[in-house]
Structures are given as C-alpha cells and as structure tokens.
Design a protein around this ligand. Structure first.
Ligand SMILES: C[S@@+](CC[C@H](N)C(=O)[O-])C[C@H]1O[C@@H](n2cnc3c(N)ncnc32)[C@H](O)[C@@H]1O
Length: 366
C-alpha cells in the first residue's frame, strides 16, 4: 500500500503532541505537589529544620508520616528537593537546595512563585462551574474561587510592587514622579487594588503622597487594612470597599492607577470614565495590564499561552459572572485598551517604554 501524502507529518505531530501532553501531566503533578508543600507548611518546616526525615517532618508539621514521605519522595525525584543516598526510606534525609527557598517561600523575592501555583491549582478545582458557564452562559464570580485566588493574586504581585513600582515604574514617568514628590501633597487613587500592596508601595515610595485604595471585594479590603496596619504609612493610606465605577466617587487626584484589572472589569469603560472624572487638573492615569502580543498569532509565545490559560479558567469567567459584561478576557490587546480609554473620554493613550516580561504600561491623559 502506498503511503498517503502527509501521513508522516501527521504521525510526527501525533507523537509530538502525545509527548507534550505527557510533559504537561508531569508539570500538573509538580504544581499540585507545590500547592501541598506550601499550604501544609512543609517547605517552611523543611527549611527551618535544614534537613529532615519523613518522620521528623511529620512531627514538625503535625501531618501523617506516610503522606509526608510520599510528598518528600515525589519532591526529590522531580528535583524540587534533595535527598541523601540512604537506601532506607525511613532514614533518608531531605533538604531544600540552595536557591529554591526564594522561589517557594520568600514573599518579597521577585522569584517567588507559589502564589501563581496557588492560583492555577485552585482555578482547576472550579472546572465543573466553568463547564456550567460554557453550557448555560454566565460565569463564575471571583468570590467563588475563595482565598486561594484572592491571596494568590495579591501575593504574586506583591514583590513586583515592593521592588519595582516606586523605584522603577513611577520614576520612569518624569512629570508624574515630580508631582508625587512635591508639595502640596499629591493624591493618588488606586482602583481595583485587591489586598492593597500597590497602594502601600506608592505611599512608601512617596513620603508626602496620600493614597486611597478602592476595591469592591470586601475580604480583599479587609486584608488590605490588615496589611496596612503592619506598615509605617498607615496615616497616609485609606482603603474603601466599593465599586470603582460608582459615579458617587469624589476627589481631585493627581494620579489614578489600575494594576492588572482593566481586563477583569465587566464594564471597563464605565470604570475608566469614573476614573477620568476623579483626576485633578494636570492629573493622569496609569493602567498596568498584560503584555500580550499586538495581534492574535497562532501558535503564540509563552505570555500568550499563560494569559489565555488564566482567561479560560479565571478572568473571562469572572467578568462574565456580571451582567452586562463586555467579557474582555485576560488577552486584552493594546488596541482594545486604547479603544476603552478613548470611549471613556481620554484624549491620549501612550504605551510607556517601561520594560517588564508580563506587564504593559499605559499612560492615559484626559
Ligand atoms: C486581578 S485582581 C487585581 C488586584 C490588584 N490590583 C493586584 O494587582 O493584585 C482584580 C481586582 O479587581 C477588582 N474589581 C473588579 N471589578 C471592580 C470594580 N467594578 N470596582 C472595584 N474593583 C473591582 C476585584 O475585586 C479584584 O480585586
């Protein structure tokens, strides 16, 4: 029998896809193991002990030894942990290799990755709800994802805000930097602020500025207030639990910000319009959103793949849980952002030349 044209290509593609999904399956188990290690305190206890057997770690964490042993063995075979060469599984000692602590435990490190793992693993738990939305319409509200999503989002962005917002991003906008540093004290509104780490970072960077964080999620604002209480900027920061599109919001702000949230909004134009009305003469708005490609291209790069993944499991479903909703999704192209801003009455939209692997920076002038 003669070979069908193209059949070799199809076979090669079949094998490549099967191999790729096999790798994805390994990665999924890695994520689940990191989730367990993080949420059960296993990484923290292992670092505190420096080296540990399964029984010692089980005692330290109050967990069941047999499960802890399996988690340790998985961690060692997958390369997250180190194990000594002991053949006896009960006497084998485990440790965290140098460098891994920053990724798994250091809440301020730019390499800190467990919050994102937490977001992904928890969103997979919501698959039955997401399937219901596919068949019946509607979406899955942010609150249904529970603390894993809210806390994961806040903790994931915290190191970026802590290290970069006040030292690189805002100083890269000279007129804004000058205003935030000057008298009379500048006023800043940080919309959709989540647990408030961006709000706090702005106040830390600019000792004269007064900063207000606004989010409609009550648990996020309650946590933002707790986060603030542990800082030395509490006298210049306030948090409000309310909808950022409320026309009742009042103020004359020199800067209004929205970090990683325009694409989540059911009514982005309404929120941007309300934000524009909050600006004092000479004020500007800074929107930070995903650095997706300018246009849809398939196959896409890793940022596109990441953002479509979050969109499918989190952002689109959240936005469509409200009605009416424009249903932007995580992959908000620069042209879409520009259209929203112009529809909201902004005169000029500029993509700022600030470098970041996943964020793009938009300046909106009224
Ligand atoms: C992806 S999170 C970003 C949170 C935060 N800016 C950060 O970077 O960590 C999106 C946030 O938008 C908030 N949000 C959505 N719609 C809103 C609205 N109409 N007014 C205020 N906040 C809103 C959600 O409650 C959520 O905290």
């Amino acid at each position: 029998m003669s070979e069908q044209p193209g059949s070799l290509d199809a076979e090669a593609r079949r094998d490549a896809l099967a191999e790729r999904l096999f790798g994805s399956m390994l990665s999924s188990f890695d994520l689940a193991a990191v989730y367990l290690g993080d949420r059960l305190g296993l990484y923290r206890a292992l670092v505190d002990a420096r080296t540990s057997t399964s029984a010692e770690l089980a005692t330290r964490t109050g967990l069941v030894e047999r499960y802890v042993r399996e988690w340790l063995e998985h961690g060692a075979v997958t390369g997250f942990l180190e194990a000594d060469a002991t053949g006896d599984p009960l006497h084998r000692r485990y440790s965290l290799p140098a460098g891994h602590e920053a990724v798994l435990l250091d809440e301020i490190s730019l390499a800190y990755s467990t919050p994102f793992v937490r977001m992904v693993t928890t969103s997979i738990r919501l698959l039955p709800e997401i399937m219901r939305a596919f068949t019946e319409g509607g979406g899955v509200p942010w609150s249904d994802y529970g603390p894993d999503l809210r806390e994961g989002q806040a903790a994931g962005n915290r190191p970026q805000f802590h290290h970069l917002l006040g030292t690189e991003w805002l100083p890269a906008i000279p007129d804004l930097h000058a205003r935030l540093s000057a008298d009379p004290p500048a006023r800043v509104a940080d919309l959709a602020c989540g647990e408030g780490w961006s709000t706090i970072a702005i106040a830390r960077a600019y000792p004269k500025a007064r900063v207000e964080g606004i989010d409609l999620d009550d648990p996020a604002i309650a946590q933002a207030r707790r986060n603030l209480a542990a800082t030395d900027v509490a006298d210049r920061v306030a948090f409000h639990a309310r909808d950022a599109s409320e026309p009742a919001l009042q103020g004359a702000f020199d800067l209004v910000t929205i970090f990683e949230a325009v694409h989540d909004l059911s009514q982005p134009v309404a929120v941007l319009r309300a934000a524009r009305q909050l600006l004092a003469p000479g004020g500007m708005m800074l929107v930070v959103d995903e650095r997706v490609a300018d246009e849809f291209t398939a196959p896409g790069d890793d940022v596109e793949r990441l953002m479509y993944g979050f969109s499918l499991l989190v952002c689109l479903t959240n936005a469509l849980a409200e009605s009416p909703s424009v249903g932007t999704g995580t992959v908000m192209r620069p042209e879409t952002m520009r259209r929203y801003a112009l529809d909201a009455g902004f005169r000029e939209v500029t993509v700022l030349p600030i470098q970041h692997p996943t964020f793009r920076f938009y300046r909106l002038d009224p």
